[in-house]
Write a protein that binds this ligand. Structure first.
Ligand code: NAD
Length: 460
């Protein structure tokens, strides 16, 4: 087993650290945020992610440790960097946390042992070289002689993070250093054996298909590996924007986008994933990763017009939701609008850069009162948008109170299981705009609630 340190205990670091500890690698998660480290030490999860807390509880003090100091780097074989890489104003990735993490690692490297440093954060092409040069400057040590920097992008989805980390489709490694490559193979060897796979499935009681293939283990050079992450995220953003545009056209022509997407997805060249209609993509990754890709492509004089259009189309989709509501309510002045869901997807508390913020702002500008509910994301939404004069509600029912309309933005399962009689009794005007096409419009019509979906999926 290898000694591992993971710098950063956020959505990626805490899950990665716990997964590595679960397969037996003694792993210390290091974070500058004392609150997160204290939570981890108590066996609690610093983020909301289904299944994570019980995993941490089972491992903490055994193979999983947490620290605010970089001291454990001294005895590490592998050091992951999983700190945030938010957007700067110009769209490029802000690498300040990466630089700080690299400097911290450098100050604690043992010159007598070869350490493999792994960029798990989503970072622009060339960042492995940047990390290496920060460490060289900090320490006088030489990259490739005393340490090497490997790229290993993360593809987990919040809300399904454990499943994705234990059963990934692929593991991408970017390195040309023999020790770097060898150590990563050793680190991930439990993932590459059927026995390891079955053990994860049994232990975590995931419903996994036993015939599911093992992950593909893909080794490439650092720069291609770094690009894979951006190219993949931008592609997924394009796919969502595309189906959302088709949804708008379906509405104009009377087709049903749900069936259109189903029919498209049966083609294995297209695939049935990421063809679900929504109010647009958002969250902590797609907006910043498309922005970084576009900013970098501009710097190098390469026009990524497909990605650029997808970003534009996505904004139009946010606006389209508000337009749809305006068609129903006409003047928005003084109207009360409830919002169900402020996170960019269910089963996460991550409310960074969500479409909810954009839509709420537009509604407020039009003179509406807005009351929001989310099962997990309200604290972060409030923190990210402190200026919004809106009402934060304890329940979905409260958000429907005296509402002239409710917009369902996030497909939390509980929004499909509400006591509709109570919702109807509370609402002023019984209209729900279901941007995820998840509600049963016929059933809700029994309570006189009019449900309108996107792309004619639920006809109003
Ligand atoms: P996050 O903000 O949740 O976590 C980052 C953590 O790093 C924070 O807890 C912060 O306190 C800590 N940190 C910052 N600087 C530090 C330092 N110098 N030393 C120690 N700790 C430090 O971010 P995240 O969502 O986990 O994302 C991390 C990276 O992974 C980003 O590059 C992101 O794009 C990428 N990624 C995220 C996801 C996702 O779903 N969230 C998926 C794939 C990839």
């Amino acid at each position: 087993m290898l000694n591992v340190v993971c710098i950063g205990s956020g959505y990626v670091g805490s899950v990665t650290g716990a997964a590595l500890a679960a397969v037996g690698h003694p792993t210390t998660v290091v974070d500058v945020d004392e609150r997160k480290v204290a939570l981890l030490r108590q066996g609690k999860s610093p983020i909301y992610e289904p299944g994570l807390e019980s995993l941490i509880q089972a491992l903490i003090g055994k193979t999983l440790f947490a620290d605010t100091s970089y001291e454990p780097v001294r005895t590490a074989d592998v050091v992951f960097i999983a700190v945030g890489t938010p957007s700067k104003k110009d769209g490029t990735a802000d690498l300040v946390h990466i630089r700080e993490a690299a400097a911290g690692i450098g100050r604690h490297l043992d010159p007598d042992r070869f350490t493999v440093i792994v960029n798990k954060s989503t970072v622009p092409v060339g960042t492995a070289g940047l990390v290496a040069s920060v460490i060289e400057r900090e320490t006088g040590l030489k990259a490739e002689r005393h340490f090497t920097v490997v790229s290993n992008p993360e593809f987990l989805r919040e809300g399904y993070a454990l499943e994705d980390v234990f059963f990934p489709d692929r593991i991408v490694i970017g390195s040309s250093h023999p020790v770097g490559l060898q150590r990563m193979r050793e680190l991930y060897s439990p993932w590459m054996q059927r026995s390891g796979y079955e053990r994860f499935a049994k232990h975590f009681r995931f419903e996994v298909d036993p015939s599911r293939p093992l992950p593909k283990y893909f080794e490439t050079d650092c720069s291609s590996s770094e690009m894979i992450k951006y190219a993949a995220n931008a592609f997924l953003a394009v796919k969502i924007s595309y189906i959302n545009e088709i949804a708008r056209l379906c509405e104009a022509l009377g087709s049903n986008v749900k069936d259109v997407a189903a029919g498209m997805g049966m083609d294995t060249r297209i695939g049935d994933k990421f063809l679900e209609v929504s109010s647009g993509w958002s969250g902590s990754c797609f907006p910043k990763d498309t922005a970084e890709l576009l900013a970098t492509s501009e710097k190098y004089g390469i026009e990524l017009s497909v990605v650029r259009s997808s970003v534009q189309s996505n904004r139009q989709m946010h606006d389209y939701v508000v337009q749809k509501l305006r068609r129903q309510l006409k003047s928005m002045n003084g109207r009360t609008v409830g919002i169900w869901g402020v996170t960019f997807k269910p089963n996460t508390d991550d409310a960074r850069q969500t479409q909810a913020a954009h839509i709420v702002r537009e509604l407020l500008d039009l003179g509406a009162y807005v009351q929001v509910h989310d099962p997990q994301g309200m604290a972060m939404f409030r923190e990210m948008n402190p200026d919004l004069p809106i009402r934060y509600c304890e329940s979905a029912y409260e958000a429907a109170d005296r509402a002239d309309a409710v917009i369902l933005l996030t497909h939390w399962r509980e929004y499909g299981q509400l006591r509709w009689e109570e919702v109807a009794a509370r609402m002023n005007r019984l209209y729900v705009l279901d941007t995820r096409n998840m509600l049963d419009s016929e059933r809700l019509w029994q309570y006189r609630i009019q449900v309108e979906g996107l792309g004619n999926s639920q006809r109003a």
